[in-house]
Design a protein around this ligand. Structure first.
Ligand code: CA
Length: 371
């Protein structure tokens, strides 16, 4: 069962506010007509990642055995290392790895979580990830979150403050007013997390973190620029609230540095770094150091399905999955797909990722990415 074809394409979704307009997918086909489905990070529409695969990485895969996925992926990574190891190259390799796992699962007729050693939980809770809050009033934040909770029925909310990536400490009183309003409106039983999106100085982050501690927030995510690992550590050591980071980390070595700096909740993203294999490595690294993994996850289709399998198979996997994109896009192109309902995702028992495509619906939304 050799690899016969690698098909790279974008999926153009009907516009929906706050939702990804274009997903970056690939399919790896074998000689028997089976395929595995993979997804790359949608940054810049995923075009860079898919072009790297189409032009440079797909050729060496043709004729290879999908069961050699680690050897294949490491060879590709090291052939292309001078355009990486971060960013688009990491996303390209992640998509290939996810697709190979899905293909192997289909070949062996086993769900991914079985191949990963079994599931600790058959239903994985999700949390409501509420973004674009920088320009909203506290009342608007509360109203927006309550509207989402009424539908999603989750028991945790993450408030994401994001603005110009060069801004620093732009409105700490305003940010904290929103954090406080949310706690007051939702009461003590809803778990809350706060995402600074790299927007604070060290001193600003410490002020914010102390306020979050008083409000009982569960974690403080990306307080300072992600590339200032020593600064993240400075913040982490001076606060009691755990610091979460890792959505912009692309290698196992980068996660080791985050742990060394003081990060205690790691946030790898399956469509950005490593795919299934890379995230299992991060889970093992976290376990070795006694720190936690709470996957970063923004994509409502393949990435979400892969994250669900990983979360179910994760030792000490207490963290809910992130539900960022509530568009329901996944129902447009899949006959079977995990959907968020009543605060949880049910773990599917189909082979591989447990997804079943509606080919006609997909074809209507597909934009091929050629070499
Ligand atoms: Ca984040």
């Amino acid at each position: 069962m050799r690899i016969a074809k690698v098909e790279c394409f974008q999926v153009a979704w009907p516009p929906r506010p706050g939702s990804t307009p274009l997903s970056a997918w690939l399919r790896i086909w074998d000689e028997d007509g089976r395929y595995g489905l993979g997804e790359a990070s949608p940054m810049f529409d995923g075009y860079c990642a898919l072009t790297i695969v189409a032009r440079h990485l797909s050729g060496p895969l043709i004729g290879a055995d999908p069961m050699d996925r680690v050897v294949l992926n490491e060879r590709l990574a090291h052939q292309a290392i001078k355009i990486g190891p971060d960013g688009a190259l990491a996303a390209a390799l992640a998509a290939i790895d996810i697709a190979l796992w899905d293909l192997i699962g289909k070949r062996l007729e086993q769900p991914l979580h079985k191949l990963l050693g079994g599931a600790w939980r058959g239903a994985v809770p999700f949390y409501t990830s509420f973004g674009h809050a920088a320009d909203l009033t506290p009342d608007a934040v509360v109203a927006g979150v309550q509207a989402r909770l009424a539908v999603e029925k989750s028991s945790m909310v993450k408030l994401r403050i994001s603005r110009d990536r060069l801004a620093r400490d732009a409105d700490i009183p305003g940010d904290l007013a929103k954090a406080r309003a949310l706690r007051e409106a939702l009461g003590p039983d809803i778990r809350l997390a706060f995402d600074g999106n790299n927007g604070y100085s060290i001193g600003g982050a410490i002020r914010v973190g102390r306020a979050l501690e008083a409000l009982g927030y569960l974690w403080f995510e990306e307080p300072v620029q992600h590339y200032h690992e020593a600064a993240i550590g400075d913040v982490a050591r001076r606060l009691d609230i755990p610091i979460a980071a890792g959505e912009q980390s692309y290698t196992l070595a980068a996660f080791a540095r985050l742990i060394a700096s003081g990060v205690r909740i790691l946030q790898p993203d399956v469509v950005k770094m490593g795919g299934i294999t890379g995230l299992r490595d991060v889970q093992a690294l976290a376990h070795a150091h006694g720190v936690d993994v709470a996957q970063h996850q923004t994509q409502p289709t393949v990435g979400q399905a892969a994250s669900l399998q990983l979360a179910a198979a994760q030792l000490h996997g207490w963290a809910p999955l992130e539900l960022n994109d509530a568009s329901g896009h996944q129902a447009r192109v899949f006959r079977r797909v995990p959907v968020p309902r009543d605060g949880v995702f049910q773990l599917p028992d189909g082979p591989g990722l447990g997804l079943e495509l509606d080919e006609a619906a997909l074809a209507a939304l597909t934009r091929p990415v050629e070499a």
